[in-house]
Design a protein around this ligand. Structure first.
Ligand SMILES: CC(C)(COP(=O)(O)OP(=O)(O)OC[C@H]1O[C@@H](n2cnc3c(N)ncnc32)[C@H](O)[C@@H]1OP(=O)(O)O)[C@@H](O)C(=O)NCCC(=O)NCCS
Length: 149
């Protein structure tokens, strides 16, 4: 059974493992994940399938034109568990949480080449707002996408 819960320090090694699987050297390292847990206005959750961490999400509260928003900073599903509906469940949890906190918008940056993620976000109701040219270290553009709640 899939359970989504607050990320605890004991989950960090599994989260680092998933990050390395999915992002390689581009991914956050252990210290970055640990720092996130201490930041005010940052929230992190894991999805556990029968006790194994199979996905994570990190969000940060930001202040937009119409009030408070959530910026999705980092999200990934464990290798071999993608495309099984886990990411969709994580976002359903996030949307419910956002609404309970009066958050009006989710937004994020995604690599222009990351077709699976872009399709995933569009399925969830995200739209492309604009392009951030050469946003990533390798010169790749980022799409800024958002979803009104
Ligand atoms: C993007 C990601 C978080 C989605 O999580 P997930 O658990 O795979 O998502 P779900 O199974 O709930 O959603 C599946 C949808 O996402 C897309 N998708 C996800 N993985 C896919 C894959 N391997 N191949 C094709 N489509 C894929 C599809 O649109 C699919 O829906 P559809 O088949 O009905 O079209 C996950 O695939 C992942 O970790 N990717 C690598 C890391 C990454 O890119 N993170 C986002 C950075 S901005």
């Amino acid at each position: 059974m899939l359970k989504i819960e607050k990320l605890l320090p004991a989950d960090i090694p599994a989260v680092v493992e998933i990050s390395q699987q999915q992002f390689g050297a581009h991914g956050w390292q252990t210290d970055m994940f640990v720092q996130q847990l201490d930041q005010e206005n940052h929230f992190a959750f894991v999805a556990k399938l029968d006790g194994t961490v199979v996905a994570f999400v990190f969000v940060m509260k930001t202040f937009g034109e119409k009030g408070e928003d959530f910026n999705v900073l980092n999200v990934a599903t464990r290798k071999g568990f993608e495309n099984m509906g886990i990411g969709t469940e994580v976002f359903a949890f996030l949307i419910k949480l956002s609404k309970s906190l009066d958050i009006g918008l989710l937004w994020l940056e995604v690599r222009e080449s990351n077709e699976n993620a872009i399709k995933f976000y569009k399925n969830l109701g995200f739209c492309v707002d604009y392009v951030r040219k050469k946003y990533y270290a390798n010169g790749e553009n980022a799409l800024v996408m958002s979803c009104k709640l």
